[in-house]
Design a protein around this ligand. Structure first.
Ligand code: CA
Ligand code: CA
Ligand code: CA
Length: 554
């Protein structure tokens, strides 16, 4: 997955040398690619299992929690709005039952919220949660990020005959879909500030159900490092009231590595890693090394919830674990551009970092415009369509958040409806929704194009409502150039390209229409539309080749 700078420079040198001798053998021709990471072929759909579809009421545990019930804890807001911090029934069966629906959207990998056992009560400490109000007090573990036993699946997800291993196997074998498991290694559950110590909160259990850590409702500063049950935890406050694992305690590393190797054995195909920036780089380096010892090509991308590319780039360097990342600067930029119809397409360029990149490889980042922690995009149907047209053609691995396919709960944050229940009703809507239809269209075009998945991105013109760029992939086996023309305006636009075009036959990726191109091309692009033209052959434009050599160095 990752390449050292020396490799990059040697590729660069080879490319220059080969371009000069005009070789035609596919083995000797220059290689141009953004990445050769296999996971870049995927398109991700991120869902909170509890909020997707309730496929089996038998695992809802509606009576769970006693005086702190966990099922259906509504938080009413103004104007009939509502959020909910209880479990709402979604489960593995709801995912599997709708696998063909998800596949029809053009997504190939399902990123599911953490599956591990979370506490069986609502949390009674912390800052009380309210509509549009942050805080964990009164909330449940429906989201999965409050692990208590990292080796055990929570009782809300499985059904008779449908374990996690069954889910991953059936998705893979019956639907050709992968599961990206959301993992936490930074913390357990809320661990202190409770009225009285609640069961499971702040407790960590081992693979055989044995208690291995307990915060005992103490403030972090009060923990006793000589008590083995306390020593698992850091003695400093961090996020909310979460029990934060001590990165320097080797038992922590053993615990999380053991747990997550187990889930890979049960079919997890990649990891999304929570709260990256809350642990030192050395911790992630060791974690990543331990996973890759067993699974050398295993793809992992982390959440470092900041918008500073220089800071983010550090995580991606091999000496820090070489993890890929969720592209938060992309999220920030995409919402700015697509929420505002008056925006200029050139405003989007700032996050790409195609040259002199702070990232080890910008093409392996996971790009997105909304998720569960940030306000959903505040846009209409056109905004979502244009965002998806960009997301599935530009550099990076696209990730859609559940509900994005119908512009679900636009503009809402967590505790405002961002994580509301989607359900069969949402899926029924999606089946005739223009956003879903367009998403499926552009996602399937990406699925068929190595250039869109892995190719270098060479920008042409970004101006007003239109954008044009090339994506180029060329190795000894494949060679493809994609020309992407985007129009986010309501009126049809005519876009001209006057440089870097390969001479020969191009085809429209959608209609198959053929174009005989010499050195320039003018095409109409419908309002809120995209056109992708593909050239299946070796790069034959000398100026393009020159530009690609520069871009290949990122
Ligand atoms: Ca259920
Ligand atoms: Ca539980
Ligand atoms: Ca407890």
């Amino acid at each position: 997955m990752t390449r050292a700078l020396t490799t990059r420079l040697s590729i660069l040198a080879t490319s220059v040398a080969l371009a000069a001798c005009a070789s035609t053998s596919t083995e000797e021709r220059p290689h141009y690619y953004g990445t050769q990471e296999a996971f870049a072929e995927e398109a991700i759909y991120f869902l909170l299992t509890d909020r997707f579809v309730d496929g089996d009421p038998a695992n809802n545990h509606e009576d769970q929690g006693g005086e702190f019930p966990t099922f259906d804890v509504p938080m009413p807001g103004p104007d009939g709005k509502e959020a909910n911090v209880g479990y709402l029934g979604g489960d593995f069966k709801g995912i599997l039952d709708n696998a063909e629906y998800l596949k029809s959207l053009g997504v190939t990998a399902l990123w599911i919220s953490p599956i591990v056992d979370n506490p069986n009560q609502a949390f009674n400490g912390g800052d009380p949660v309210g509509f549009a109000q942050p805080g964990d007090g009164g909330k449940t573990g429906f989201h999965g990020y409050w692990g208590t036993n990292f080796y055990k699946v929570d009782e809300h997800w499985e059904s008779e005959g449908l374990s996690f291993a069954d889910l991953t196997r059936r998705l893979r074998e019956e639907h050709d879909m992968k599961v990206v498991l959301d993992i936490v290694a930074n913390h357990s559950s809320p661990a202190y500030s409770m009225e009285e110590d609640q069961p499971m909160f702040g407790e960590v259990y081992g693979p055989n159900g044995e208690l291995i850590a307990d915060h005992e409702n103490l403030e972090p500063e009060q923990l006793n490092p000589n008590n083995p049950l306390h020593a698992f935890y850091e003695r400093e406050k961090d996020l909310a009231q979460l029990g934060k694992f001590d990165a320097d305690n080797p038992a922590v590393m053993e615990y999380v590595v053991g747990a997550y190797l187990q889930w890979i054995d049960q079919g997890a195909a990649a990891f999304r890693i929570d709260t990256l920036r809350h642990k030192p780089h050395e911790f992630w380096k060791e974690f990543a090394d331990r996973i890759r010892e067993e699974h050398p090509d295993f793809f992992m991308f982390g959440e470092s919830f900041v918008f500073d590319a220089e800071f983010l780039g550090e995580h991606t360097q091999p000496e820090n674990g070489g993890l890929s990342l969720l592209d938060f600067p992309a999220q920030e930029t995409l919402t700015k551009v697509f929420e505002n119809p008056e925006s200029d397409y050139s405003d989007i360029l700032s996050y790409l970092h195609l040259e002199d990149s702070p990232y080890h490889n910008p093409y392996e980042l996971v790009s997105f415009y909304e998720n569960h922690d940030i306000r959903r995009m505040d846009g209409d149907t056109k905004a979502y369509i244009n965002a998806n047209n960009w997301l599935f053609t530009s550099r990076g691995i696209p990730s859609i958040y559940y509900g994005s396919e119908i512009g679900f709960m636009p503009g809402t944050k967590e505790h405002e409806g961002n994580r509301n229940y989607f359900g069969e009703a949402g899926i029924d809507q999606a089946k005739q929704h223009p956003i879903a239809e367009n998403l499926s269209h552009i996602a399937h075009i990406r699925q068929e194009s190595v250039a869109l998945q892995k190719g270098l991105q060479a920008n042409l013109d970004f101006d007003g409502d239109t954008a044009s760029f090339l994506r180029v992939y060329q190795d000894e086996h494949q060679a493809q150039t994609a020309l992407v023309l985007l129009n986010k305006g309501d009126e049809a636009a005519s876009i001209s390209v006057d440089r870097w075009l390969n001479e020969g036959e191009w085809r429209d990726a959608d209609t198959g229409e053929r174009f005989d191109v010499r050195d320039q091309l003018t095409l109409g692009v419908p309002g809120n539309g995209v056109r992708v033209l593909l050239f299946d052959g070796e790069v034959n434009n000398a100026q393009l080749a020159e530009r690609l050599v520069e871009l290949q160095a990122f």
